[in-house]
Design a protein around this ligand. Structure first.
Ligand SMILES: [Zn+2]
Length: 325
């Protein structure tokens, strides 16, 4: 029975829900397989794949679900949409707010005020903290209706529905644009970056947090690294490539570091590893409780401080300043 349950199925070329694409960044069709796994969030037997472009080293999903079908992989209970801070345990709430304040500080470090556009704002937790920073206003853009409804009604934020390309914003509308764990989800990252360049004012800043291809976790966990997040992650960028792409658009990278989330990301990968090996939901639940506990956070703090210092955490944040108009 278990054998049948674990049977994995490669995507057939005859499956019209998927598309076989070239690298959107450089157009090359040369690539090799770097990771393959089933959907760890929704389950199922379909085996999704990540390939690395032989030309520019971008890692991208191949084949990938067609855009019209992708909504099926983002159900209303998708974790980014459901976490309500007020319902979290006190230490999780504190840790989350601490992380969100770090995000706001990276902006106020460079600019004293203005309007920030948070792309893929989900339920708006970053904007909720940002709106309390003196001198700043915030606008969100979010494709999920469920998340957007929460952000507008419960968090009382200004949020536009949809994706960045085609959004109703004039040129040079914003002092800052943020993408927290979003760029890896978009179908057309190059076009999104071009739109960022259009919307930012000169000397404005673009802050992007994305999976770190140089992370220790990627090497340790391989297929089970959280950063692959198949099939919702479509493109993963080497830090140097993103720097080059942004330079072509008139941006200078001024900072790149592991800003937040290393503990949670690493132990999510650990849980994937444990779940692969243990069939008992009860024992897995126990591991989850221990690994994400307050004690675990304190115990592993020195390790994650070191990993973040070395820029080897599971996620990396880059800050770019727009130098030209
Ligand atoms: Zn490429």
């Amino acid at each position: 029975m278990e054998k049948v349950k674990n049977q994995r199925e490669a995507i057939s070329k005859l499956d019209h829900n998927f598309e076989w694409i070239a690298c959107e960044i450089c157009g090359s069709e040369e690539h090799h397989l770097v990771a393959t796994r089933t959907d760890r969030f929704l389950g199922g037997n379909t085996l999704f794949c990540m390939h690395e472009c032989e030309n520019c080293a971008t890692v991208y999903q191949f084949p990938r679900p067609k855009q019209a079908k992708m909504g099926d992989y983002y159900p209303p209970e998708y974790q980014q949409y459901t976490k309500d801070l007020s319902e979290e345990k006190w230490y999780k709430r504190l840790s989350r707010i601490y992380g969100l304040r770090k995000r706001t500080r990276i902006i106020t470090k460079y600019l004293s005020g203005g309007t920030v556009l948070d792309v893929g704002c989900a339920t708006g937790d970053f904007l909720s903290v940002m709106k309390d920073v003196p001198g700043w206003n915030g606008i969100g853009i979010e494709p999920s209706h469920t998340a957007l409804k929460y952000a507008k009604e419960k968090a009382r934020l200004s949020v536009v529905e949809g994706g960045l390309n085609g959004a109703p914003f004039a040129k040079h509308s914003f002092e800052a644009i943020t993408m927290w764990d979003v760029l890896e989800h978009v179908y057309d990252p190059r076009q999104v970056l071009i739109e960022v360049a259009r919307l930012l004012k000169p000397n404005g800043i673009f802050v992007v947090n994305h999976p770190n291809l140089d992370s220790i976790d990627r090497r340790l966990f391989g297929n089970l690294w959280l950063g692959y997040e198949l099939p919702r992650h479509l493109y993963l960028f080497p830090g140097e490539l993103l720097k080059k792409l942004m330079a072509e658009l008139g941006f200078e990278e001024v900072e790149r570091n592991c800003l937040y989330g290393s503990h949670a990301a690493t132990f999510s990968s650990v849980m994937f590893y444990i779940e692969e090996r243990l069939q008992s939901p009860k024992i897995c639940g126990l591991f989850r409780k221990v690994l994400f506990s307050f004690v675990s956070r304190i115990f592993f703090l020195p390790y994650f401080k070191l990993i973040d210092y070395l820029n080897l955490g599971s996620n990396i944040t880059a800050v770019f300043i727009k130098k030209t108009s």
